[in-house]
Structure formats: C-alpha cells, structure tokens
Design a protein around this ligand. Structure first.
Ligand code: SAM
Length: 335
C-alpha cells in the first residue's frame, strides 16, 4: 500500500484541516480483487470498489431517493438523540468515522458535543473525502479535522494527538455499512476497531432492521434507476481502470431478498451468453449468471447487541424509530 501525504484543498485556509493521510488501495489491489472475484463459481466483486468519484456521487443520490428510508430515518434518530449521545460521550472526545462519505451525519453529532478534540474521517473514496472534509472545515471552524484515505478493513494507525486530551475516542459507523459485511466479517471488524480505539472508548453504529420484504426490495430497486447505475458503475470502473470490455447493456441490476441469511443481495445479471476480457484475462458468462456485488444484512436489536457483546463491547443504549425501520446503537469498548 502506498503511503504518501497530500495537502487537503488549498482553497480552505483553515489551519484546523490537517494533511490527508493517503493510504488509498493501489490499482494492483483492485485488479487482484476483481480477477479473483470473477474467477470463483459464484462470481463476486467487493462492494468497497463501488466508491470511485462517480460511485460516491451516485450513493449520495441514493440517500435522497424517496424509497431509500435508511438515510432519512437514521438522520432523524441521530438528530433526536445527539444530546444523549453527547452526554454519554463527555467533553473533549475525538470522533473517528469509518466510511465518512459526504460527512452529513457527523454534523448532527458535532452540534451538541462539548468541545470535540478532533474529527478523523476515514474513507476509501479520496476526492469525495477531501471535498467533504473541506466543507466541514468551513462550517465547523476551529474543529481539528484529520482525514485518512484508507480501506478500513485493513490495519492502519490513528493519528497521534498533540497535548493532553482528557476525552474519550468515539468511533462512528453509520449508514448500516456494518450490514455490508458477513456476520463473521462484522465481528472481526468490530473487534479490531475496539482494540484500535481502546477500552473505555465508545462506538456509535447505525444498523438497518429486518422488515417487510417489499419495503426492502423497493429501497434497493428504486424507480429512477439510481441504484442500478450505482451497481453498473463498478463495470465502468473495471473497463476504465483495468482495461475491461464489459458491454453495459448486456448486464442488468437486480436486488434480491435472501430470507435464509437475512440480507439484501445486489447482483449484476448477464443478459446473454458472453465473454468479457479484462486485460489478458477472459471470463465467460452464461445467460442469467450473476456477479454478486453487495450484501446488506439486517439485524434486530438483540441480534446486533449479541454480535457487539461477542466482539468485546457493552451495549449502552439503542434507539429505534417509531416504525421500527432503523436503529442506532451506542456501545462501550469493554475488552
Ligand atoms: C454505505 S456508504 C455510507 C456513507 C455515510 N457514512 C452514510 O452513512 O451515509 C459507505 C461509505 O463507506 C466508504 N467505504 C466503503 N467501504 C470502505 C472501506 N473498505 N474502507 C473505507 N471506506 C469504505 C464508501 O466510500 C462510502 O463513503
């Protein structure tokens, strides 16, 4: 992994916006993941590679779709309970957000927080991360912002803070991004993050809940076709960055509910028998064969709290909207 430092947007003349720590995955990592994923019997592509500049823009559009209940429901919950979260967290906390995206939800937590020591947004999508950090610096002048472009499934170190800091570290993982991991991966991620933050730290996690299949299917199969464009953008990215020759209209987006595993699955379905080249590698597709691109697991409060306890956390609070669509959990790192 290449490690280099870049100046964050020079146009932002705030000395509170720190240098970007750049651990963006290399093109070789992307190539290896794509070739190995397309070489398995059920072809797969890792969802973390959705997020190039176009993918991040499309995800932000998804968040505003009428069918996509998670974003507005989670924002409402965070807005309603930010005061309680701030009281549990205490003064001078350092906030560390995993998959910070457009940086919309952190604003809801920052408002009532007592003199936060710093904000560390971590995201794989470098340009989007920089733009969001620069905007936040304009709106929260004086807040120390220390962006890291990294794949949070890989080990990396948190920045050192100068001076004494009486507050705790608080991890923030909204958007039900935890649901993109399998349960085993989610436990591994939570345990690793718990060790990174340290005993006595806190973690705030947004978790989507099981619900009527029709609500789920329309959220991931929106009428405007934005989720379809987001899914297909992965093939555009393979073509552009890895020399692929996917013909886009030979694949179609499909979201399926897998009731046995409690997850939404996103697939790209081949419309015909075809062969695709990526550089010198060739992959054959039968008609209706799919590339599985994303999972989105749904957890009840009890299921998620059991997972958190098994990963070294003590549940401190859980908030749900009145329709029981979405939950926000506050956890304490226990082990
Ligand atoms: C589902 S979006 C959620 C965005 C935002 N947190 C929200 O709640 O609206 C996932 C975010 O995590 C980032 N991301 C996905 N996989 C990642 C990984 N392995 N490492 C770092 N960032 C990742 C994406 O770029 C994207 O911004």
């Amino acid at each position: 992994m290449m490690r280099r430092l870049l100046f964050a947007e020079e146009s932002v003349m705030s000395n509170a916006l720190h240098l970007l720590e750049d651990l963006e995955p290399s093109i070789q990592e992307f190539r290896d993941a794509v070739l190995s994923g397309l070489g398995t019997r059920q072809k797969t592509l890792p969802c973390k590679f959705f997020y190039d500049a176009d993918g991040s823009r499309l995800f932000d559009e998804i968040c505003n779709l009428p069918e996509y209940y998670p974003t507005r429901t989670e924002c409402r919950l965070l807005g309603e309970h930010a005061g309680e979260i701030a009281a549990l967290v205490g003064p001078r906390a350092r906030l560390i957000e995993f998959g910070s995206g457009a940086g919309v939800k952190i604003r809801l937590l920052l408002g009532p927080l007592d003199r936060p020591a710093a904000y560390v947004p971590i995201d794989i999508s470098r340009g989007h991360l920089l733009a969001a950090a620069a905007e936040l610096a304009l709106d929260f002048s004086g807040l120390k912002i220390m962006p890291i472009c990294a794949d949070y499934t890989k080990p990396f170190a948190l920045p050192a803070l100068s001076g004494s800091r009486p507050g705790i570290d608080v991890g923030f993982f909204p958007g039900s991004t935890i649901g993109n991991f399998t349960p085993d991966e989610a436990r591994g991620f939570l345990s690793r993050v718990g060790r990174m933050l340290g005993r006595g730290s806190a973690m705030v996690v947004g978790v989507d809940m099981p619900k009527d299949e029709s609500i789920l299917l329309s959220a991931y199969n929106d009428k405007a076709g934005v989720t379809a464009a987001f899914n297909l953008n992965l093939l555009i990215r393979v073509n552009r960055e890895l020399g692929g020759n996917f013909v886009l209209d030979r694949f179609v987006h499909e979201a399926r509910w897998n009731g046995v595993l409690g997850r939404i699955e996103m697939h790209l379905v081949s419309r015909c028998d075809q062969e695709v080249r990526i550089g010198s590698d060739r992959f054959t597709f039968a008609a209706n064969e799919t590339i599985h691109t994303e999972n989105s697991y749904k957890y009840t409060i009890d299921q998620f709290q059991a997972m958190a306890i098994g990963s070294g956390y003590k549940p401190k609070a859980a908030w749900i909207d009145e329709a029981g669509l979405f939950s926000v959990h506050m956890l304490e790192v226990h082990e």
